[in-house]
Ligand binder design. Structure first.
Ligand SMILES: [Zn+2]
Length: 339
């Protein structure tokens, strides 16, 4: 093979090899082995002076042609690798993990609800969810609050039509749960949204969450309620918290109680408890015989206790939140603190 042919063959092979380079380091070692001072092309060119004149001319032309072609292919390759890199001469590593998309977090109310559900589940209560839009019958009448009953003033109600309303409490779920489970004993909690037609302020919202608790069976007494609520309060608010019952009135329980837990100020008095040393967290009592009967149970056979509490309130106490309206104002600066 003539020297000119050998040079052409080298050019073709070098260009082919250059296609397989992927990094700046690859291209540099390619340059050294083909275009370098001791590279293959230089080796062939060094033989030029030994050739007869007629061969020298063709080989000289082939050498110039190969040198130019390899140099410009090299320049192009370097430029394309640089443009794909971050500018530090290294190629982009496509196997590196990307930037993960931001994921959402649970709302503070939902977190609190899960905490409450977890504690009651550990005591054998199941979660029973019912409708938010209720009939007057379930929201009031079956709970021992007939039309014209003065106790209706306790709940400022948003009506959808004459007989349909947005539930003012989770208590209508009591009737629905009893009608489903009777005559078997039952232990449920009923979480959900409630609505009241009232002025919104730092202390009250027109929409809020409640959790209702209900247990029906043989031998259930007010002491059962006290034991269950004590166990709940100590897990929710801390083992040192004390609890007390105060006599109260609700149409659907008899007797009825307000449930207080001791304040963290331990009686020294603070703005939260207004100096009393106690915080009101729930209302409850023994299920009224009329309500048991409406739920399908025989009040001579079984008894039950019920209680209801807000869900925002425990979170307010835990995180010292100054205004209940922050919960549903959708201000991310507030919400992201708990996500
Ligand atoms: Zn206090």
């Amino acid at each position: 093979m003539s020297l000119a042919d050998q040079i052409s063959e080298l050019k073709a092979r070098a260009l082919n090899t250059l296609q397989g380079t992927t990094s700046a380091a690859d291209v540099e070692s390619w340059r050294v082995s083909y275009l370098g001072r001791r590279g293959e092309l230089a080796g062939l060119i060094s033989r030029l002076p030994t050739l007869p004149a007629e061969e020298k001319r063709a080989a000289g032309q082939a050498a110039n042609d190969a040198k130019n072609a390899l140099q410009s292919a090299y320049d192009e390759r370097v430029a394309s690798i640089k443009s794909a890199s971050r500018g530090d001469g290294e190629a982009v590593d496509v196997t590196l993990p990307g930037i993960p998309p931001a994921v959402g977090g649970l709302h503070l109310t939902r977190q609190t609800l899960y905490e409450i559900e977890r504690i009651f589940a550990s005591m054998g209560f199941s979660v029973f969810e019912t409708r938010e839009v209720e009939s007057d019958e379930y929201n009031f009448e079956l709970l021992n609050i007939p039309p014209e009953h003065p106790a209706r003033d306790m709940w400022d109600t948003m009506y959808v039509s004459e007989d349909v309303l947005l539930r003012t409490h989770t208590s209508p779920g009591q009737i629905r749960a009893m009608r489903k489970y009777h005559p078997e004993p039952l232990r449920v909690i009923l979480p959900g949204k409630c609505h009241r037609y009232e002025a919104v302020s730092a202390r009250s919202e027109s929409m809020f969450y409640q959790v209702e608790g209900l247990a029906v069976g043989h031998g259930i007494t007010l002491a059962s309620l006290k034991g269950v609520f004590q166990a709940f309060a100590q897990q929710m608010y801390g083992p040192d918290r004390e609890m007390r019952f105060r006599a109260s009135y609700f149409p659907f329980t008899e007797p009825s109680v307000e449930i207080d837990i001791s304040c963290t100020c331990e009686g020294r008095g603070c703005t939260l408890c207004k100096g009393t040393g106690w915080l009101e967290v729930s209302g409850g009592g023994m299920v009224h015989p009329t309500v048991l009967r409406n739920g399908g149970y025989d009040p001579d056979e079984v008894t039950g206790f019920a209680f209801g509490m807000g869900v925002e309130r425990p979170a307010i106490l835990k995180y010292d939140i100054d205004d209940i309206r922050r919960f549903y104002a959708n201000d991310l600066r507030f919400l992201q603190q708990f996500a």
